[in-house]
Design a protein around this ligand. Structure first.
Ligand code: ADP
Ligand code: GN1
Ligand code: MG
Length: 371
């Protein structure tokens, strides 16, 4: 894929920003899309900003379906937020169509671009520096779950088929390790063995779903702390972003991915593994906040499976980083050699911690379930 900058000017001309554009620069810390912030200068008023994104062609094969999902969900959320007396412009994303009236703009190189207003007065955190912050994100993701509980799930496309199908992720990993196209497997044998020792775990949630114990819901599926915007004054999580992967899933995916990313004090690519430790207190803080946000809408079985969500999402993410490393880093953006291997190692360290403290995690969930 060509650099996004190459068609940026063409793309800027395809949208009506309502005022002259004075600049567009790369923005944020996402691993998937190419994100730019666009500054405009209205006459006699402050700068207005926008988020312009080229959707990842490696991740998303059908931008048309993806945008149909996002428009459906953001309009539904918008109505729900207005009905609750909320501020639609700050609490839900809103797609701005290009001048040609389509849902997104396809550039001359086949890149698919979309535009959103920048949600001002918010902060996007990369780490859960305080328990309050982590709790705020938990309430926001729980609330998101609750707001969408009656959304017609069967109208959503699967934007990435088998996204959290851990059995499928395992199979793809095994194929990548066997092919070993870049000759990298020898340097990550310990990580490969770590996965193979946990083959059975990869079926834990899917088995429960197949047995009818866990229902499919509309889930976000990428609930990292940096996918919720926090109000800069109140610290509350006000707007859930990065809706590319909203599709039918298990609630434990949303809970688990937040724990994976936020219940520790390190960056996802920390190289000093002695610093990477599961913070069980943060696990408890998030559990309470997430359940509060869902407003009692989860079943007992769903709540019991939350620790599995944490372990599976962390194991699966590590497997995905390792697979990408073995295949030549074509999916996750990297900034240095072995970046995906470093990311994989932090995930596996967290999985090992979760296993060591499993009884505590189960006890915490049980405590909040009975409250
Ligand atoms: P990726 O899929 O690559 O993670 P995101 O949609 O999460 O892309 O966007 C990347 C970053 O851009 C976010 O982490 C956030 O900092 C910022 N961002 C995205 N949308 C908005 C928005 N509407 N307002 C303010 N910041 C945003
Ligand atoms: C990606 O898009 P972003 O950076 O929020 C990925 C997630 C991974 C995460 C790991 C569509 O999230 O699934 O958990 O990186 N998103 C997609 O940081 O693959
Ligand atoms: Mg993101």
């Amino acid at each position: 894929m060509i650099q996004a900058e190459q068609t940026l000017q063409e793309v800027l001309e395809a949208f009506d920003f309502g005022a002259p554009v004075v600049g567009a620069i790369r923005y944020g810390c996402g691993h998937i899309n190419d994100t730019f912030v666009v500054h405009t200068q209205p006459e006699n008023a402050c700068c207005r900003r926008f988020i312009l994104q080229r959707m990842s062609a490696a991740a998303f094969k059908r931008p048309d379906q993806l945008m149909e999902n996002i428009i459906g969900v953001t309009e539904y959320l918008g109505r729900a937020i207005v009905a609750r007396g909320g501020d639609r412009s700050r609490e839900a994303m809103e797609v701005i169509r290009p001048k040609n009236g389509q849902d997104y703009y396809t550039d001359s190189q086949n890149g698919a671009w979309r535009l959103y207003p920048f949600v001002e007065g918010t902060i996007c955190h990369q780490a859960a520096d305080t328990p309050e912050l982590f709790a705020a994100s938990g309430r926001a993701f729980g609330r998101f779950q609750q707001l969408l509980k009656d959304y017609p799930a069967d109208t959503l496309y699967e934007t990435i088929p088998n996204f959290h199908n851990t059995e499928d992720r395992l199979a793809k990993f095994k194929a990548a390790a066997a092919a070993d196209k870049l000759g990298r497997a020898g340097d990550c044998q310990a990580e490969i063995d770590f996965v193979l020792a946990r083959e059975k775990d990869c079926s834990a949630a899917l088995d429960a779903m197949r047995a009818g114990q866990l229902p499919l819901r509309v889930t976000h599926n990428d609930t990292k702390l940096n996918n919720v915007l926090m109000d800069e004054h109140t610290g509350e999580g006000i707007c859930i972003i990065d809706l590319d992967t909203v599709m039918p899933g298990l609630v434990l995916y949303d809970f688990g991915d937040s724990i994976r990313f936020g219940a520790n004090h390190c960056a996802e690519d920390e190289t000093d593994l002695s610093k990477v430790n599961l913070d069980v207190d943060l696990f408890a803080v998030y559990t309470a906040a997430f359940l509060e946000g869902t407003g009692g809408s989860l079943t007992d079985a769903e709540i019991q499976y939350l620790p599995w969500g944490a372990k599976l999402m962390t194991l699966e993410c590590g497997i995905r980083f390792l697979t990408d490393h073995l295949e030549g880093d074509h999916y996750f953006h990297i900034a240095r050699e072995n970046h995906n291997l470093d990311r994989c190692r932090t995930q596996f360290k967290l999985v090992a911690d979760m296993e060591a403290r499993w009884a505590e995690l189960e006890a915490i969930v049980k405590r909040f379930q009975t409250q």
